[in-house]
Design a protein around this ligand. Structure first.
Ligand SMILES: CC(C)(COP(=O)(O)OP(=O)(O)OC[C@H]1O[C@@H](n2cnc3c(N)ncnc32)[C@H](O)[C@@H]1OP(=O)(O)O)[C@@H](O)C(=O)NCCC(=O)NCCS
Length: 225
């Protein structure tokens, strides 16, 4: 689903550092860093797992070229439009997941949107929650600029026409049946603000009815000095 009505709001958006000056993020067990072309073979293993990729529109990668193409949105010259990371176990160095902000002005809500996927062997260890905790800390500490953008009115509590000032949101979207993903969002303090029935556009479940949930999180208040 894409939004049909919009409301113009005054808000902020982050100034995303290019990959060349982007810091790695360390969490207790994970290292998050920007993708490199040399990661393609390891990323291909994740992107060819059906149980992981059935949640994405395009499904599993068919060839190594698909995996290379998947990095186009993250690598220069597109690197300042995304804040996307590959996720490695610190003790083994293995690539176990990918995630981050993949769409600065998402076509669903107009706000930045976050997502994540982990190899099946890495599920159930708390990694997604740990990734999101580290990612969110970094995301909200990026420098910001003021901006006017068009967003889905259901994401904000405001009347159209007045260009209200709205605290910046980060959004996420998930299939209601994806209990693990819903729990990750709830555990990392996202709030469900929308639910709708749609027709699935993901390759693995194309054409089926799906209940979709929209989540958002507001920028934390800055501590006054
Ligand atoms: C969804 C996904 C990211 C969860 O990753 P994870 O590392 O296993 O998540 P966590 O270990 O941090 O789990 C967070 C909570 O969800 C629960 N959970 C995780 N998967 C679950 C499942 N399939 N069913 C029920 N609960 C689940 C965990 O038990 C935990 O809850 P708890 O702290 O109360 O025990 C992972 O399953 C995945 O990559 N799936 C495929 C891709 C995908 O769905 N991406 C999201 C698309 S919106």
């Amino acid at each position: 689903m894409e939004y049909t009505e919009t409301i113009k709001v005054r808000t902020t958006l982050p100034l995303i550092p290019p990959i060349s000056s982007r810091d790695e993020i360390l969490t207790p067990r994970l290292l998050l860093r920007a993708p490199r072309l040399s990661d393609v073979p390891a990323l291909h293993l994740l992107r060819t797992e059906h149980e992981v990729m059935k949640h994405s529109v395009q499904g599993v990668d068919k060839t190594l070229e698909d995996t290379i193409r998947s990095l186009d949105d993250s690598l220069p010259p597109n690197d300042t439009k995304n804040y996307h990371f590959l996720i490695f176990e610190r003790d083994t160095g293995e690539l176990v997941g990918k995630g981050g902000m993949h769409s600065l002005l998402s076509r669903r809500f107009g706000w930045p949107e976050v997502g994540y996927s982990f190899k099946q062997a890495a599920w159930g260890k708390g990694y997604a929650t740990e990734f999101m905790t580290g990612f969110l800390e970094s995301w909200w500490s990026l420098p910001r600029k003021e901006i006017e953008i068009e967003v889905d009115p259901k994401s904000v509590d405001a009347e159209a026409g007045s260009t209200p000032t709205i605290v910046e949101l980060l959004t996420a979207i998930t299939d209601a049946k994806n209990v693990g993903s819903v729990k990750v969002l709830e555990k990392t303090k996202f709030n469900k603000f929308m639910e709708w029935k749609g027709v699935d556009n993901r390759e693995a479940s194309f054409g089926q009815d799906v209940i979709v949930l929209g989540f958002s999180m507001a920028a934390p208040l800055k501590e006054s000095s």
